[in-house]
Design a protein around this ligand. Structure first.
Ligand SMILES: [Zn+2]
Length: 271
């Protein structure tokens, strides 16, 4: 079975966890590491002849258009992660549409391919933000990959959402992040969970997902392969979530790409 490998292309300081430590008006003053971090990923994908989907943050596309072009030139899919990395739960439909249009505009200037996919910052398509789906459709988006079908996390997730890829309406497809059901509990994979679990557990979960007839939809950020990124002071839980096992991720990705077959979401969906 072929799975989807996805990357949320953003700097080490763009994530929700670092919001308070590095404010948005300080983003321009931070050390930029995305080029080096992304090239580390591109080398791994090339080594395993793997195509992936990159959900590019518009803010980054505006600053590093050459990097977005370089990713596309490697044969990967370019999709959008919105412009400002604002959670949808903190936006109105009007401000979300403005953010999305700006992201699409700057990203389209970097590449020739059509932008088909969207991933919400911090997976914030929840039961409170389903209004966003119509806006995605109106702006030419063909699939959304933002729903985490679990209720474990305080900031995101739809606990009873389908685990499998499904049609939301005649034109929009939902590609949920992978969870595996074990004894009635949904166990997530990818990102911080990938760093937290021993590699063997991720492998077992992905195998189980495939055995249940579903391709895995795996995700990672370039900074998760960068143990030398600047460290900021976070609380103990967020320190664990953000910094745990950064030095092991690259080697684990190498193993993952050898153990499973991956492609981009556009290829998986035949778009
Ligand atoms: Zn993100």
């Amino acid at each position: 079975m072929i799975n989807a490998f996805t990357v949320d292309l953003e700097e080490w300081f763009c994530g929700h966890i670092l919001n308070k430590a590095v404010k948005k008006n300080e983003w321009n003053n931070q050390e930029l590491r995305i080029v080096e971090d992304t090239r580390r990923m591109l080398r791994l994908f090339s080594r395993h002849d793997t195509e992936a989907t990159f959900f590019v943050l518009g803010w980054l596309a505006e600053r590093s258009p050459e990097l977005v072009k370089e990713i596309a030139d490697h044969g990967h899919e370019i999709a959008t992660h919105g412009y400002s990395h604002t959670s949808l739960t903190e936006m109105t439909p009007a401000s979300f549409e403005e953010d999305l249009k700006k992201a699409l505009d700057v990203t389209r200037r970097c590449v020739k391919q059509e932008i088909l996919g969207f991933r919400a910052p911090s997976f914030t398509i929840t039961t409170k933000t389903l209004w966003a789906l119509q806006i995605l459709k109106d702006n030419g988006i063909r699939y959304d990959s933002s729903v985490f079908p679990l209720s474990l996390h305080p900031d995101y997730g739809i606990g009873n959402a389908p685990l499998a890829i499904h049609k939301l309406n005649d034109t929009l497809i939902e590609v949920p992040l992978s969870c595996v059901e074990i004894l009635g509990k949904r166990i997530p994979c990818g990102g911080g969970y990938f760093r937290l679990y021993p590699y063997g557990l991720t492998k077992a979960l992905l195998k189980r997902c495939n055995r249940q007839g579903r391709p895995a939809v795996f995700y990672l950020h370039p900074w998760e392969l960068d143990p030398a990124q600047p460290r900021v002071k976070l609380g103990p839980i967020n320190t664990l979530r953000h910094y745990y096992n950064l030095d092991k991720t690259a080697e684990r990705v190498d193993r993952l790409l050898a153990d499973f077959r991956f492609t981009s979401i556009r290829k998986l969906l035949g778009l």
